[in-house]
Ligand binder design. Structure first.
Ligand SMILES: O=C(O)CCC(=O)C(=O)O
Length: 213
């Protein structure tokens, strides 16, 4: 197979399945089968091999905490990103990342100039409750989150959530080759997390495309 079969426009021409999750205070849309199966597998393999994975640390009250996953930040030159006191400087887009970005922008109808890539090596890797609401993302940011590899559960919890209020909580499985769009006022009202699991799961790559203003 030629590279152009995987990166070229001819490989984009199939419909993704769309699930719209009804939600107060925000919009949540899941697209399944975003890429062809061959393309999804190819992107997973290429990203595993070519992304410069970093083990980063956060500083809490003078203590250095290991982030329980590997990560990387790619984007246009001016798109540095700071969260929890950690500043990530962008690496330039590779052909594979650029190809994923173009397809995501077409589906989302939005421009993205950067991507945070997380690598979950096993069920012991996770991301804790947080909001993607940093000032450089602007008011009501659109986050486009691509999943490749193992299926993991994604949890959302409204800020007003109290035990038992099920309409203020969502748990969604994010399968391989899917795109989750979070938009509207969601980042102001909801936290999200990807918890650890005791299940034996394989590796997963997640790419959250963002627009740094
Ligand atoms: O891996 C995921 O699906 C979630 C990643 C995430 O929450 C983030 O990058 O802000």
């Amino acid at each position: 197979m030629q590279q152009s079969d995987l990166f070229g426009p001819e490989s984009n021409g199939h419909d993704a399945d769309v699930v719209n999750y009804p939600l107060i205070d925000g919009e949540l849309i899941l697209y399944k089968n975003v890429f062809s199966p061959l393309q999804a597998k190819h992107f997973f393999d290429v990203l595993m091999a070519e992304v410069i994975w970093q083990q980063d640390y956060l500083n809490f009250g003078g203590k250095s905490i290991t982030i329980p996953r590997l990560q990387a930040w790619y984007g246009d030159a001016e798109t540095a990103y700071t969260y929890s006191g950690l500043t990530l400087h962008p690496r330039p887009w590779s052909p594979a990342l650029e190809c994923i970005r173009q397809q995501v922008m077409t589906l989302a109808g939005e421009e993205f100039n950067s991507v945070l890539i997380n690598r979950y090596r096993s069920g012991a890797d996770s991301v804790a409750w947080h909001q993607d609401n940093e000032p450089e993302l602007g008011q009501n940011p659109i986050i486009a989150s691509v999943s490749l590899g193992a299926t993991r559960s994604f949890h959302l919890k409204h800020k007003r959530y109290k035990r038992g209020e099920n309409q203020l909580r969502r748990i969604i499985d994010l399968p391989d080759n899917s795109l989750l769009l979070m938009r509207g006022s969601l980042q102001h009202h909801w936290y999200h997390q990807l918890p650890k699991t005791r299940d034996l799961v394989g590796e997963r790559i997640n790419l959250t495309f963002r627009r740094i203003l």
